[in-house]
Ligand binder design. Structure first.
Ligand code: SF4
Length: 329
């Protein structure tokens, strides 16, 4: 029987672990395998990482026998506590078979939508995962540009981008990717890649680079909250149908948005722009943030004060009483 690693929050929702937290995951996060063949400089599971094997980003992942985990996830789905499952499969020689087996366990137990992030080299493999019950596949770009990709990951950005595009074309509505803010890209580069993804129908999950002890980039700084908020705002406005031409940049930084202030105000007022993005019902609580620390991604709806604060943190708007007012940097 293979062992599955569930994120600490997932294990709690599934009744396998006690956890004191103010927000629980709405997606079951499952990690299969450890010690990846890849060597992403930010990842606790990468080949040369000295980080603890039960870590991914900030999160610990207790191990549970696969069948027991699948049954517990099914029960939590039936009870309405979970809405989706996300299988993240570490690259190793067994990862394809592990992916198929885990997918079979999850889908035979329940009709929970499953998103799978495994090593996929062809559209045929992506199609096979969908045919075997996955609702979506995720091919993580992580880096916004080929140059950053070369610095931070193994492999070739362009090949991965082309595969992601082919999957999005041939499996419409089924392709997701991850993009990580703060690897050294400019805001203009990140927003451009997000816009390219959305045009192709690719769902984007935004992450903030998080330095993890034991990884190659542990001594680098995470992105400033201003940088992250500006990218979140651009991502959200693009999803709402705004053109990429409305964004104004200075030295690669987003400095203004060429839209009427009332329109921006109504789009940003409820704070949804600052909630975790990605596949439906994915909230990844405390994946990039410490409880009580900087909230890059809110795993729940924001209250009005939080929404106003997030808008101000972007440093392209000031909040005056009820209205968001633009000012020039
Ligand atoms: S967006 Fe969420 S559910 Fe989708 S692949 Fe990423 S972590 Fe998993």
């Amino acid at each position: 029987m293979s062992m599955w690693k569930l994120s600490a929050g997932t294990a709690c929702v599934a009744g396998k672990k006690q956890l004191k937290t103010d927000v629980l995951p709405t997606t079951a996060y499952i990690m299969l395998g450890e010690k990846c063949l890849n060597n992403c400089r930010f990842c606790a599971q990468s080949r040369d990482s000295g980080a603890r094997a039960n870590m991914l980003s900030r999160v610990t992942w207790p191990e549970i026998p696969g069948q027991e985990a699948a049954e517990a996830i099914h029960a939590a789905f039936q009870a309405g506590r979970l809405k989706r499952a996300c299988l993240q499969v570490v690259r190793n020689p067994q990862s394809w078979q592990e992916s198929l087996d885990a997918l079979a366990s999850l889908t035979s137990e329940s009709s929970i939508p499953v998103c799978i992030s495994s090593t996929i080299d062809s559209v045929e493999q992506a199609r096979e995962l969908i045919e075997r019950g996955a609702e979506r596949i995720c091919i993580a770009l992580d880096a916004a540009t080929p140059k950053i990709f070369r610095q931070v990951k193994d492999g070739d950005w362009t090949r991965r981008w082309e595969l992601l595009n082919r999957c999005a074309r041939e499996l419409p509505g089924r392709a997701s990717t991850h993009l990580m803010v703060g690897l050294g890209e400019t805001e203009a580069e990140m927003v451009s890649t997000i816009a390219d993804c959305l045009v192709q129908g690719i769902t984007v999950g935004l992450f903030a680079f998080t330095p993890i002890r034991g990884t190659a980039w542990f001594d680098r700084q995470p992105p400033s909250i201003g940088q992250y908020r500006r990218v979140q705002i651009a991502h959200f406005l693009l999803k709402k149908g705004c053109s990429r031409t409305v964004f104004q940049y200075c030295d690669g930084n987003l400095t203004g948005i060429n839209l009427p202030s009332e329109q921006i105000e109504s789009l940003l007022a409820d704070g949804a722009a600052f909630e975790t993005s990605g596949c439906p019902d994915c909230n990844r609580p405390y994946y990039n943030e410490r409880p009580g620390g900087v909230m890059y991604n809110y795993p729940r709806p924001l209250n009005r004060t939080e929404a106003e604060q997030a808008i101000v943190e972007s440093e392209i708007f000031a909040v005056k009483t009820k209205s968001v007012e633009r000012y020039c940097l």
